[in-house]
Design a protein around this ligand. Structure first.
Ligand code: AHR
Length: 659
């Protein structure tokens, strides 16, 4: 870990302030292990919202590459002196390619210059282009005879070429062919576009017109945006929950997420409308679709790459209850249940099995070791319980070791929550998924939420949460420090109860600054840049410092959960032989706390204090990506005592080596 040491480092070896002398010390009993921290404890939740996948993590730059959007030429402009009415058409080959029926037919005669015949793609809110980077173009085409040459151009906002290439289709006949070419960009462009101009005479059918930067994650062709995956990898998340969220449920059942349609050759993955396309009237996103270029295979692969457990969520036979609330009759639930069973085979089955073979054919003969799965997202009511029971029986009969996550609805309290929570506990559910989008005040005052939960009952998965601040001077639902500070305070209570809450993930994860529907979000991107919000840095600190066991920490013999605006929890890391104490000072005043450690082990003579502090309105941005981020300082340990200066509005992680 890179540590920024402050110039003030040793000044922190403070004499105790009057405040600290008067108040009780913080007592950490490092030998009293109160809970085991699961390796999965801190994870991330990826949903295709806010251009999370297409236009985001999935690095494809061409929007509507297969002409399957409901407006088939959306994203494309057709232009040229030698293009007459009817020369450029969207055709449909229907049953010959039922998942990808449409294609573009271009007829040109005697085209000689770019002014004669072009098609131009605008990208997802423009295309990010980086100087010196190679771009890989590919296309599926069909032509009766040779005659056309495709000139490929990366362009700036004004249509000036910033990189070019040529593709001469070298096959002809009745079948489809695929061919590639590459281009090198010579300028950085935030919102560029891509043009093909046609030279010569002829007629050509085009489909899957695709352009990827060569620097995808792990340099995989057709892969993921490396900077976005890197931000996740840097957090070392214990799990990735995917692919949603409401997109799992769909506006209606036809629009639900069906994992089987997201694997195999990309040109055979059937595109559907993203349900966030129309969800918010004030935030329409008519060009938001799901190509499934990022499909279940790619999710599993990404999880494996970053060392996270995969946590897929499946539709339970219910569409979003805020939308159509369509229900699959119980006697027709079979295919839905089969999808869940087959997913285990796809992830874990031998290459000789039907679905294991499909995984192997995609390049991964080894199993992905799937261990858990969510049945339903935010579903509720007796209809959910009925359907869940059928899924659970089938899954436990066939795969008793797969842990199932059950929904507790949309809210962390109320009649719906109580009904589901009680039923799930009675049914001995493995995990209950709790969601809370609440005010910062709620997060501060709920730091004790899990102290009273039954430790011997079903485990909690805090699957979606975020502090939503309504009344901020810089706008509502801003990822400012106030929100992140309140989340940090709340998470001390989650960590303290790691034997109740085995997994937690903030939501949503990514947002594109020009294409978002929902805020706040953890990480913001534009076409070429990325930054983590204050929440990102808080989440990362918890994840990187999860330790192996929770240890007892008290002040005046009480848990530290808001008195004097102080919140605290502590873990030890038995592998690193380290005590890690998290302290949140939610007040506007600095406070010095005396920490007394009880342990049979000796403590190192200095400790590292990592802290994030700022004023409540502070935010990060593309221009100032780490304004709110951690700094490190070294402080003295006197025997078993440490005086820790906590800045106003600060999150602090104290690392003490045990000897
Ligand atoms: O995270 C955004 C949405 O919030 C999710 O799709 C849904 O599960 C929740 O209501």
């Amino acid at each position: 870990m890179r540590r920024k040491f402050l110039a003030t480092a040793c000044a922190a070896a403070l004499t105790l302030s009057a405040y600290a002398q008067k108040s009780h010390p913080i007592i950490v009993n490092a030998d009293k292990l109160t809970a085991k921290v699961q390796p999965t404890m801190w994870g991330v939740f990826f949903e295709d919202i806010n251009l999370g996948a297409d236009g985001g993590l999935y690095a494809e730059l061409i929007k509507n590459r297969s002409f399957e959007f409901t407006t088939p030429l959306m994203g494309w402009a057709v232009k040229g002196k030698k293009i007459a009415e009817g020369d450029v058409l969207v055709l449909n080959r229907q049953e010959a390619a039922e998942n990808n029926p449409r294609y573009l037919q271009v007829k040109v005669k005697d085209a000689e210059t770019p002014a004669d015949a072009t098609i131009t793609n605008e990208g997802f809110r423009g295309m990010g282009i980086k100087k010196g980077l190679k771009y890989d173009f590919s296309v599926m085409y069909r032509q009766a005879s040779k005659g056309l040459k495709l000139h490929l151009e990366l362009q700036d906002e004004n249509g000036k070429s910033v990189g070019s290439g040529i593709l001469t289709p070298n096959e002809s006949g009745i079948g489809w062919n695929k061919q590639s070419a590459s281009l090198m960009a010579n300028t950085d462009i935030k919102k560029g576009k891509f043009q093909i101009w046609f030279e010569g005479s002829g007629s050509i059918d085009l489909d899957m017109i695709s352009l990827f930067p060569a620097n995808t994650w792990k340099k995989r062709p057709g892969g993921l945006r490396a900077d976005m995956v890197q931000m996740l990898a840097d957090m070392k998340p214990g799990f990735v929950r995917f692919p949603g969220g409401c997109i799992v449920e769909g506006r209606d059942l036809a629009n639900r997420y069906q994992w089987k349609k997201t694997i195999g050759p990309i040109e055979e993955r059937e595109l559907i409308m993203n349900r966030w396309n129309t969800e918010f009237k004030h935030k329409p996103a008519p060009d938001y679709f799901q190509t499934f270029g990022l499909g279940f295979f790619e999710y599993f692969q990404m999880c494996e790459d970053i060392g996270a457990e995969a946590l897929p969520i499946l539709n339970c036979g219910m569409a979003c209850q805020f939308n159509t609330a369509e229900l699959v009759p119980l006697d027709q639930l079979g295919p839905y249940v089969q999808d869940a069973l087959d997913l285990v085979e796809f992830a874990n089955g031998p290459v000789t099995s039907t679905w294991g073979k499909k995984r192997a054919d995609m390049g991964h003969p080894e199993p992905f070791n799937l261990k858990m799965m969510g049945i339903g997202n935010e579903n509720w009511g007796p209809q959910y319980l009925e359907r869940l029971a059928i899924f659970t029986k089938a899954m436990k009969d066939k795969y008793p070791n797969i842990k199932l996550i059950n929904s507790s609805g949309t809210d962390p309290d109320g009649a719906r929550f109580d009904q589901l929570n009680n039923a799930h506990r009675k049914n001995k559910a493995d995990f209950i998924d709790e969601h809370y989008y609440r005010s910062p005040e709620w997060f501060f005052s709920n730091a004790t939420r899990y102290d009273s939960y039954d430790k011997n009952s079903s485990k909690v998965f805090a699957g979606e949460y975020a502090a939503h601040n309504k009344n901020e001077p810089n706008g509502p639902n801003i990822n400012n420090w106030r929100a992140a500070l309140s989340e940090a305070a709340f998470l001390t209570g989650v960590e303290r109860n790691a034997d109740v809450v085995n997994m937690a993930s903030y939501a949503p994860l990514f947002a594109h600054t020009d294409g978002w529907q929902w805020s706040p979000d953890m990480i913001w991107v534009d076409n070429t840049s990325i930054y983590g919000t204050p929440t990102y840095f808080v989440q990362k600190q918890y994840s990187l410092n999860k330790g192996t066991n929770v240890v007892d920490i008290k002040k005046g013999n009480k848990v530290i959960a808001g008195k004097d605006s102080l919140y605290a929890s502590a873990v030890i890391d038995q592998n690193k032989n380290e005590l890690i104490i998290k302290m949140v000072n939610a007040s506007n005043k600095a406070q010095t706390q005396t920490v007394q450690v009880k342990s049979a082990k000796k403590l190192a003579s200095t400790a590292i204090l990592t802290s994030i502090a700022n004023d409540l309105k502070a935010v990060n941005s593309f221009d100032d990506a780490t304004k709110v981020s951690p700094t490190d300082e070294r402080i003295d340990v006197k025997g078993k005592n440490v005086a820790v200066a906590l800045k106003p509005y600060s999150v602090n992680i104290l690392h003490i080596a045990l000897k």
